[in-house]
Design a protein around this ligand. Structure first.
Ligand code: NAP
Length: 180
């Protein structure tokens, strides 16, 4: 099996939320806001792995945001994927290491993992290498957090931070797992 890289690329409120309590993310700049590297990032990704809750929100968007990229939706319950007929969307479930191993065996080289719970599970399993967080200058007070409780600390190496005229602050980190 060849190496597969796993990344997170996410926008958060300054107080660390990826969505409001109802799942909406209207506090993020419309249309992705000032270009901050998403197009360049997504061009390097071959499989997008999202949690079921993110998938439900994506379905409510006016346009399918992933183009012709392969999308894997994680859920422990049967999903009705007929709503995305014609798109390369499939369902998987199980422990993150097995999901990554399966995708790697199928030739995937760069996975984009998205959704709060999903990111947390992959991180705890030691399967996220890069985290790029774009902080949006707004406080929303409550919502769905990007990160959550951990049984141990995770150290990260700061790679780069860029600031944008519109107030976005993008920071890229490498996750350092034990032994690194
Ligand atoms: N700000 C941003 O850039 C950004 C990006 C992405 C998402 N969001 C927001 O984040 C919210 C969703 O995040 P979330 O933390 O609530 O949930 P999530 O991570 O999108 O979805 C969680 C669900 O994914 C499924 N799942 C995850 N790992 C699994 C595994 N290994 N095997 C089987 N099923 C697995 C489970 O579904 P079942 O319960 O069906 O088993 C779980 O309940 C949405 O509101 C979305 O708008 C924001």
């Amino acid at each position: 099996m060849h190496d597969v890289k796993t990344s997170v690329f996410v926008g958060v409120s300054l107080d660390g939320f990826i969505a409001r309590p109802n799942g909406q993310f209207d506090f993020l700049p419309a249309g992705g806001g000032e270009p901050h590297g998403y197009a360049e990032f997504i061009a390097t990704v071959d499989v997008i792995v999202i949690g079921r809750k993110t998938f439900e929100i994506v379905l409510s968007l006016p346009e399918w945001p992933y183009g012709s990229k392969r999308v894997v939706v994680l859920s422990s319950r049967p999903l009705d994927l007929s709503v995305v007929r014609g798109r390369p969307v499939e369902q998987m479930a199980g422990i993150p290491a097995e999901i990554v191993a399966k995708l790697a065996a199928q030739g995937a080289r760069h996975l984009y993992v998205d959704g709060g719970i999903t990111v947390q599970n992959f991180l705890k399993a030691g399967l996220i290498q890069r985290i790029t967080i774009t902080r949006v200058p707004v406080l929303i007070g409550s919502g769905i957090p990007l990160f959550g409780p951990l049984e141990q600390d995770f150290r990260l190496q700061h790679i780069a931070t860029q600031t944008y005229a519109s107030g976005l602050v993008k920071s890229e980190y490498q996750v350092l797992y034990p032994g690194e």
